[in-house]
Design a protein around this ligand. Sequence first.
Ligand code: DX5
Ligand code: ZN
Length: 218
Amino acid sequence: MIRIAPSILSADFADLGRELAAVSAAGADWAHVDVMDGVFVPNITVGIPVVKSLRKATELPLDVHLMITNPHRYVGQFADAGAHMVTVHLESETAADISRSLDTIRSHGALAGISIKPDTRAEAVFPWLDRVDMVLIMTVEPGFGGQSLIPHTLDKVKAVRAEAERRGLELMVEVDGGVNARTARACTEAGADVLVAGSAVFGAENRAAAIAALRAGV
Ligand code: DX5
Ligand code: ZN
């Protein structure tokens, strides 16, 4: 099953409830929420109160992507705010704190994800594969929507998918950045089964047509 997760980063932040209703009606599977702290990435977006409000505004599972330093301090609160999935970056804290983050996410009832940036090797997540529900491979440098997919990152999708299969692990592999109707197939062929799309969906006049085009592309 391929899931489509529109990223609210490219939505109208003054009208998120309506934006999410539109993509939900248009067949989105999840809503992807990019949390940025201005330190881990050079941009600032939204935090726990917004996730709490979105939880009330939509039925869509909230896929919360934390681009923040020391996420272990906050993951429990994001899960309690109603996140379905909470994903932390491997590069954002020590291994001991990553371990704590993953345990906390699950003990607060959410699914746990781990993400790597384009310059981090795929093998770096291998030790964590049996501790997570999803690996998020960043296909652009995190921080901004509207960038082009970096082709070599799809080799890492293949490597993670192959390692998960070798070990018999049920794992979702998500791609994030530069995913559109033209790049979607390369992503799913590499082994991705969750496609985040910001500008390809919210940048389009017709969200339903944009999601349909993504699905047709895979
Ligand atoms: C970037 C974010 C992405 C972003 C993707 O740091 O993690 O989720 O919204 O945007 P597009 O789909 O426009 O590349
Ligand atoms: Zn994201």
